[in-house]
Design a protein around this ligand. Structure first.
Ligand code: G1P
Length: 292
């Protein structure tokens, strides 16, 4: 079985929900406390042993490339001022030379199309996909657990969580088979079904380990929900080719693609910080007392 060494980060989305903040700033660069969303995803991938980071970008996204690069002026100034802590933060956010590649999704044709744009960099290896909008706070990083599940089951692995019945039309929903602890055999998948048509309330979270054969299915360019080329539809075509396993999420997922989810994440991550938590808690309580 080939190890999972590569990860795809689809970051071409327009981020219209966060306008005007995202007019000149990629939504993936919005910070939760003091770190951009995309860096959380990269850290998770690194923890899982990923060696090649492939960003599927678009126009106006160059801040992401700059973020993972050297910043000579800032490094020099911080060095001269003896700001070792801040230098360490800068260094931690860099990717190694040659570890990172950027490919453009030239038209916004959907998540499946974004992943397909990385096909020549993926070649014939299994790979992870991480959606930075789905920020997951967990003791053990989700992709680490998924790689372990992959080593046990092989094939394809997706992360799952239960959602309220009336939210199924926001997610890819699985048709579950046998369940064994956190593992769910996947018999079917459907993108954003109406609650009446949903096979369950188990939704796909934005973490995937996929076999490279998905590129063949994506390459057909078939459109699905929302008239977009959906990753879910090609995953469905792969059922039967190889094991397809769902792994129930053990952490908390914040939907940073929505304003309320993003604010919730900011509060949760802020409260968890030793240097911010106690003070923030007091301030939040005061805000709650005075707001209506
Ligand atoms: C995408 C996927 C969907 C998945 C979701 C997780 O949808 O298409 O299957 O459940 O991410 O966040 P999007 O949020 O891009 O509409």
């Amino acid at each position: 079985m080939k190890p999972v060494r590569k990860a795809v980060f689809p970051v071409g989305g327009l981020g219209t929900r966060f306008l005007p903040a995202t007019k000149a700033l990629p939504k993936e660069m919005l910070p939760v406390v003091d770190k951009p969303l995309i860096e959380y995803a990269v850290e998770e991938a690194r923890a899982a042993g990923i060696e090649e980071f492939i960003f599927v970008t678009g126009r106006g996204k160059s801040a992401i490339e700059d973020h993972f690069d050297n910043h000579y002026e800032l490094e020099q100034t911080l060095g001269e001022r003896g700001k070792e802590d801040q230098l360490a933060l800068l260094n931690a956010s860099k990717l190694e030379p040659g570890q990172v590649a950027y490919v453009r999704q030239m038209s916004p044709l959907g998540l499946g199309h974004a992943v397909w744009c990385a096909r020549n960099l993926i070649n014939d290896e299994p790979f992870a996909v991480l959606l930075a909008d789905d920020l997951i706070k967990a003791d053990k990083p989700t992709l680490v657990e998924m790689v372990e599940a992959y080593e046990e089951h092989g094939g394809n692995v997706v992360s799952l969580m239960e959602v309220p019945d009336d939210h199924t039309s926001r997610y890819g929903i699985v048709d579950p088979g046998a369940m064994n602890g956190p593992f769910v055999e996947i018999n079917g998948l459907v993108e954003k079904p109406d609650p009446a048509d949903a096979p369950s309330n188990l939704a796909i979270v934005g973490r995937y380990i996929l076999q490279p054969s998905i590129m063949h299915h994506l390459g057909k360019g078939k459109t699905g929900a929302g008239n977009e080329i959906q990753l879910t539809d090609s995953m469905l075509e792969m059922i039967g080719e190889a094991p397809f396993t769902g792994l129930r999420l053990s952490g908390t997922r914040f939907d940073c693609g929505t304003k309320s989810g993003f604010l919730e994440a900011s509060v949760a991550y802020g409260l968890a910080r030793d240097d911010l938590g106690p003070d923030l808690r007091e301030r939040l309580l005061a805000v709650l007392e005075t707001s209506h």
